[in-house]
Every structure is written in structure tokens, then in C-alpha cells.
Design a protein around this ligand. Structure first.
Ligand code: PAF
Length: 282
């Protein structure tokens, strides 16, 4: 992959990368379309499909994360990607094996140290280190001019932008809007874990955002009391349990005390065993 990317670079061909963990859905396909727009027909669109072990904690869903490479390849082809880079763990982390002496194992990570502390970073303290490390590796392997990330992972996109800024990485980050089902549920590979009943209850995330929006247009609101109202609204669903609801500045991710127009809301909710996230600018 890296040899091919170098060859493209030497020929002046522009490259857009869409990093994914596979189990592709219409949200990912929209990222591929954004990538194509960025490089036009003369450039190359690379989709990486890799379930990155180091961004999952031991108690998370790494082993059962959906994998369907044949279907992913078909969707990438239909959507006009040029290359799918689907490495094995052996390719991405060749020194990780327990058989290797500690002195030989991988020991370099990329850590963003501020934006990663809140929200997802509280429940998943090692997650973003895994994301920023693998995204750097993918950048170094595919040498992209552009990389496209989905806005559903709002905090992830903010952290990647900060990393690129702080480390002078010559990649332009594009964030593509959330794609939703007709009833409002944000598309996610994890939606396929939901039973039919949980699927209905999962609407509480987008409904809570709509409720927050209504409150903001009526009067500016105290963040703490609005959070409590939304939590009660969500947990009326018997399988739903709020992990966090945050109101914050979309640039700095700093929490706000008053919820006004332009404030970002992000929330994570367990619906049964499945943890779902959503967000919006109010
Ligand atoms: O958003 C994802 O699917 C993953 O976090 C990413 C960016 C592909 C890194 O593994």
C-alpha cells in the first residue's frame, strides 16, 4: 500500500483516505463520496477497513465487532473507491506478539492530551490513544492529501483535527455530516446489535436532541437541569441507560453552563448492552 501511495505521490496524483472499521453502511458510503469530491476523478480514493484492536478496552466488543469484508468490498466498488486497504493485525502490529520480548514490542503511541479527557474518554480511557495511533499509521501508509471522518464521532473528529494541527501532519481533514435513518436514528455499525424492541427504544437519542433543540428555541437553559430532563426522558425507555449527556463548545469541547444556539450536544446511551452515540449543533 505504501509503495503504491509513493508511486501516486511521484506522479502528482492526489489521494483521499476514508478510514473505517468495515461493516460499511450508508454513512460510510457518504464519506467515500466526500472523498471522491475532494480529489475528483483524477485522484485516488482509498478506503481502509481495519478493526483496530488497540482502541478497544478488554471489556469492549472487539471480538464481536461486525466483520463482513466481502460485502464491504462490493459496496466500496459500487461507490467508486479505487483501493480498499484491509490489513491483518500482523501487518499493522507485527511486533505485538506475546512471544516477542518486551524490548521488541511496539512501544510508540500518539496521544492527544486535552480533548480526549472528557465524554468518550471518561468511559473509554484508552480509546482515543488507539484511534490517534492507528490513524497516524494509516496516514503514513496511504500518504493521503485528504482524510474523511464522520460527524457522528464528533469528539474523534475534533481530536484528529487537533492532532493534525499540533503535529503539522500534511493532511486536510474533512468532516462529513451524520447520515440518519428516516426515523432519526444515526447510522452506526453497532445498530445491528439491536433487537427489534431495542431498535425502537434507540430512537430516544435523536428524540432527546430534538427535545434539547426545542428547549433552546424557547429560552436559554441551564445545562444541568436540561441534562436531568433529557436523562429522565431517555430512561423512560426500559432498556436505555444514559452514559453521558454533555453540552459544550464545538471548537474547544469545553462544557457550557447555559445551553444556547450554537452549543453542541453529545450523548452516549446504553440500549441493552449496545452503547450508541449521537450529537448535534443546537
Ligand atoms: O471511526 C472509526 O471507525 C475508527 O475510530 C477509525 C477512525 C477508523 C480508527 O480505527
Amino acid at each position: 500500500m505504501q509503495e503504491l501511495a509513493k508511486e501516486w505521490k511521484r506522479s502528482g496524483i492526489r489521494v483521499a483516505l476514508v478510514p473505517t472499521m468495515g461493516a460499511l453502511h450508508a454513512g460510510h458510503l457518504s464519506l467515500i463520496k466526500h472523498a471522491r469530491q475532494a480529489v475528483s476523478s483524477s485522484g485516488k480514493v482509498v478506503v481502509s477497513v481495519y478493526v483496530n484492536p488497540i482502541q478497544f478496552a478488554p471489556n469492549e466488543d472487539f471480538s464481536k465487532y461486525p466483520r463482513d469484508l466481502q460485502n464491504d468490498l462490493r459496496l466500496c466498488e459500487e461507490t467508486g473507491a479505487d483501493v480498499v486497504f484491509s490489513p491483518s493485525d500482523q501487518v499493522m502490529y507485527p511486533y505485538k506478539s506475546e512471544e516477542n520480548a518486551p524490548a521488541l514490542r511496539e512501544s510508540t503511541y500518539v496521544c492527544e492530551g486535552f480533548l480526549s479527557q472528557s465524554m468518550e474518554g471518561v468511559t473509554r480511557p484508552t480509546h482515543f490513544r488507539g484511534v490517534t495511533t492507528v490513524v497516524n499509521k494509516l496516514f503514513n501508509i496511504t500518504l493521503p492529501d485528504y482524510a474523511v471522518f464522520g460527524a457522528k464521532d464528533f469528539q474523534q473528529a475534533a481530536i484528529i483535527k487537533r492532532m493534525v494541527r499540533d503535529l503539522n501532519i500534511p493532511v486536510e481533514i474533512i468532516t462529513a455530516p451524520i447520515v440518519r435513518e428516516a426515523d432519526g436514528l444515526a447510522l452506526s455499525s453497532r445498530n445491528r446489535y439491536l433487537s427489534p424492541d431495542e431498535r425502537t427504544q434507540a430512537l430516544c437519542l435523536s428524540q432527546a436532541i430534538a427535545l434539547a433543540r426545542q428547549n433552546v428555541s424557547q429560552a436559554s437553559q441551564d445545562a444541568q437541569s436540561l441534562k436531568a430532563d433529557l436523562k429522565a426522558f431517555i430512561e423512560k425507555n426500559p432498556s436505555a441507560q444514559v452514559d453521558y449527556i454533555e453540552f459544550f463548545d464545538p471548537e474547544t469541547l469545553a462544557p457550557v453552563a447555559k445551553v444556547q444556539h450554537g452549543v453542541q450536544i453529545a450523548l452516549a446511551v446504553f440500549v441493552g448492552k449496545t452503547r450508541l452515540i449521537d450529537n448535534a449543533t443546537l
